[in-house]
Design a protein. Structure first.
Length: 371
């Protein structure tokens, strides 16, 4: 009896993708608006895809409440036409959602593609699938005339429909073309990443994330054997359950994957900060020590020549003398701050033996004020 009513399975799939897609698209918006501060065209299409997908899921849930996923004998006669109406509403919404989705993915890839051959492949794949999608959208929308005859025929309405075989064959063509497009838009990024200036580990990571959309095509492949169920008009709402479930998975996976591919700045901010906490602390400690005098009076600076100057200071008074040992040069080290006198004024106060000390370089004694 459980297999006679599969509405629960469909409801679970819808609920899962509503949650995961909404979450990831919202994170994408946060990442682009707050972190990257660049909300581009592909992001707008991603939001539009989410809105359309939520409409699709809402229509599907309305269909479930009127018989979708159940055997014909389990559906009250008065509910069956409404179930068919909501099922019909889902199909063009599904096609429109995937038009927005593939547009978003295509714009995203075109923005990072530099090579002419890569951009050409992306453009060709997008144009072909979008043209066929528009054809399929109108075919399914107007397969019956008047349009309402699709569901009113079960109430004795008058009209006519095109042969269901034409719809089924067109659905096969759409699935095959959609799968080819998904794989194309997943393989091309691998070659795009090869041209990026980053280490091999990052290239592999980015390539996998960008190619993740290929998983969506897996649902398209799994759906193909069930498309034949569209011919089963007497038990239509039950026979098309697998088509509905895998169509939801196809769109949901694609939307989730395309949103996840843009979250690298957010992940780097969260997990990168966590993984580098210790090194950052050590770096902060070194910066603090270099900016403050130690108890022994030693303070390290980096000279213009790239060498280190060691300043020996006396902390007992506000004014104190500093001996700066420099790696060479005949001018004062610019890393010393707070000088009361400039180079020309202080040169007369240098020690007579400054040039004959047992060390390399120049020793100068100047009077500075502690800040």
């Amino acid at each position: 009896m459980a297999r006679e009513d599969r509405s629960g399975e469909f409801t679970g799939v819808l609920g899962f993708f509503i949650c995961i897609c909404t979450l990831l698209v919202l994170l994408r918006c946060y990442c682009k608006l707050v972190i990257v501060k660049n909300f581009a065209a592909d992001d707008y299409f991603s939001v539009l895809t989410l809105v359309s997908f939520l409409v699709f899921c809402t229509l599907a849930l309305l269909g479930i409440s009127n018989g979708t996923g159940k055997r014909r004998y389990l559906i009250p006669d008065e509910n069956y036409p409404m179930g068919m109406k909501w099922w019909w509403s889902c199909e063009p919404t599904y096609v429109a959602t995937n038009i927005f989705l593939k547009t978003s993915i295509g714009i995203f890839l075109l923005r990072i593609a530099v090579e002419k051959v890569h951009r050409t492949i992306i453009w060709v794949a997008l144009i072909v699938i979008q043209i066929y999608s528009v054809y399929f959208f109108f075919l399914f929308t107007f397969q019956c005339w008047p349009v309402s005859f699709f569901w009113e025929q079960f109430r004795g309405g008058k009209g006519h429909c095109i042969p269901s075989e034409l719809v089924v064959n067109s659905f096969y063509g759409y699935s095959a073309l959609s799968c080819a497009t998904d794989w194309t838009l997943s393989i091309v990024p691998i070659f795009i990443v090869q041209k990026l200036q980053m280490n091999t580990k990052k290239k592999i990571t980015v390539g996998i994330v960008l190619a993740f959309c290929a998983i969506g095509s897996t649902a398209t492949i799994v759906r193909i054997p069930f498309i034949q169920g569209l011919n089963d008009i007497p038990d239509f709402l039950y026979s098309t359950t697998d088509v509905a479930i895998w169509s939801t998975c196809e769109t949901g996976i694609g939307l989730a994957a395309s949103a996840a591919a843009t979250l690298r700045p957010l992940l780097r901010q969260v997990f990168g900060d966590m993984s580098t906490h210790d090194s950052a602390s050590r770096k902060h400690s070194r910066m603090w020590n270099s900016a403050h005098l130690s108890r022994s009076g030693y303070k390290e600076h980096t000279s213009q020549q790239g060498e280190n100057d060691i300043q020996l200071s006396n902390h007992d008074s506000k004014h104190y003398n500093v001996n700066t040992i420099s790696g060479g040069g005949s001018s004062p080290n610019e890393s010393t701050i707070g000088l009361n006198h400039d180079w020309e004024q202080d040169k007369d106060s240098w020690p007579a033996n400054a040039g004959s000390a047992d060390h390399k370089g120049i020793v100068k004694t100047v009077k500075i004020t502690q800040l």
